[in-house]
Design a protein around this ligand. Structure first.
Ligand code: UGA
Length: 433
């Protein structure tokens, strides 16, 4: 199949590479000339394990191309996939201007029947609007299909090649058959549905996962007060197959470019039809509150934070990515600076991105996790990178001014911290030790 993908961001690029990998001819289009020339040289603008290798292979065999020439790419395609960004507006609503501009250009370029699939996360009803936008610009027949994306950063290639399910929202047999054929090699769990439901499945899935996280975080907060251990509680809950064990990891709350944006957008979508989505509003509120637990624990451990040397282990919103968008680390570090602390940072890949958002004379970055904590009064673990989880705790205790770990991701076990002589503050695991 000849596929043209518009937008070479996370979703567009990973999808393009994976569709090429299963044997399709893929052309990725972007209006950013610099980005396209980088991609043509085999350089990728994002950190995603395995992406570069797969991209190289598919470029070398001539299945994957990059261009800024949208017209030609649309005219030669059986299917056009729109994967441009939908960043949040200040109201929480998704900004659809990139989608609108992309489909206008597609409509003007069309020279015959075309299937246009929207992969960007768009509010319910958008694909119907997309149809109207295209209809005003072309006389050629076309179909619009919604194919929401469920890949996670850091495991995007695996998720795309082995998806739990594929959702195809269409109102035309011709278009749904085309999308079904494209995805058949990837999954036998393909659900055909209507366009509105497909759009909602994306938001509802992200909102549900975010709800699980905020739920377990509140349970963790209660565990601390009643003397229970949230790790045991999550394990016990997860054994019930109706609940499932995933997304029950307590911590400092969710971040990234998806959950914060999509939860707020769904609250807006509900609000637009005069529905007050109370549960989801609380999920967002709990998530915001959860990060301040780190500051509280630091105060509990050190009293005043003024002039204290505090190290931060991990800045990315989760391991396996250099993405710091909506990462709890940003607000936690900003708050510590406000309280007069001196900050020492370590992250294996996200340091540059972090410093671009938040540079400050009282922040120093280190390339080594142990060096970063040397001479510090406490360290806060915010991202569970493997290299941090496997650190030698004895050495940590030796180099710190006072061996205090505030563990925002519960990665260490009691035995090892105790043996190393560390004062340990995990999340939701009753008393500090
Ligand atoms: C999320 C969804 O998992 C994907 O299915 C979806 O496609 C994507 O959003 C999107 O809409 O594009 P992603 O943001 O890459 O993917 O990251 P996740 O792995 O879901 O983690 C999100 C956040 O939740 C991270 O900050 C992570 O630390 C936190 N989290 C996750 C927890 O605090 N506890 C958990 O148990 C799980």
């Amino acid at each position: 199949m000849k596929i043209t993908i518009i937008g070479t961001g996370y979703v567009g690029l990973v999808s393009g590479v994976c569709y090429a990998e299963i044997g399709n001819q893929v052309t990725c289009v972007d209006n950013d000339k610099k980005k396209i020339s980088m991609l043509r040289d085999g350089e990728i603008p994002i950190y995603e394990p395995g992406l570069k290798e797969l991209m190289d292979i598919n470029m070398n065999v001539g299945r994957l191309h990059f261009t800024t020439e949208l017209l030609e790419a649309v005219r030669t395609a059986d299917l056009v996939i729109v994967a441009v960004g939908t960043p949040p507006l200040s109201t929480g609503e998704a900004d659809l201007s990139f989608v609108e501009s992309a489909v206008h250009q597609v409509a003007l370029a069309m020279n015959g029947y075309l299937v246009i699939a929207i992969k960007s996360t768009v509010p319910v009803g958008t694909n119907v609007r997309v149809k109207q936008w295209i209809a005003t610009k072309t006389k050629h027949p076309f179909d619009v299909v919604s194919i929401p994306e469920f890949m996670r950063e850091g495991s995007a290639i695996f998720d795309t090649m082995h998806p739990d399910r594929i959702i195809i929202g269409a109102d035309s047999k011709r278009a749904s058959t085309l999308l079904f054929e494209l995805h058949r090699p990837l999954s036998d769990q393909i659900m055909l549905t209507d366009i509105h439901s497909a759009e909602m499945i994306k938001y509802a899935s992200n909102a549900f996962l975010a709800t699980k996280i905020s739920f377990i975080n509140e349970i963790a907060n209660i565990c601390e007060k009643v003397g229970a251990d949230v790790e045991e509680v999550a394990l016990g809950m997860g054994l019930d197959r109706r609940i499932g064990s995933s997304f029950l990891k307590a911590g400092i709350g969710y971040g990234g470019s998806c959950f914060p944006k999509d939860t707020k957008a769904l609250i807006q979508i509900a609000g637009n039809v005069e529905y007050d989505f109370k549960l989801l509003k609380s999920v967002v509120e709990v998530n915001q509150m959860q990060r301040w637990g780190i500051i509280e624990k630091l105060k509990q451990a050190l009293g005043t934070l003024k002039g204290r040397k505090i190290a931060i282990w991990g800045l990315a919103f989760k391991p396996g990515t250099d993405d710091v968008r909506e990462a709890p680390s940003l607000e936690i570090v900003a708050k510590l600076l406000e309280l007069g602390a001196k900050i020492r940072l370590y992250d294996p890949v996200a340091m540059d991105n972090f410093l671009r958002y938040l540079g400050h004379p009282d922040i120093i970055g280190f390339e080594d996790a142990l060096e970063a904590v040397t001479g510090c009064d406490a360290v806060c673990l915010l991202t569970e990178w493997e290299v941090i989880c496997e650190i030698n705790l004895k050495q940590v205790a030796e180099v710190m001014a006072s061996p205090i770990i505030i563990d925002g991701r519960n990665v260490f076990d009691y035995e090892s911290v105790k043996k190393a002589g560390i004062i340990y503050f995990p999340i939701g695991r009753s008393k500090p030790m």
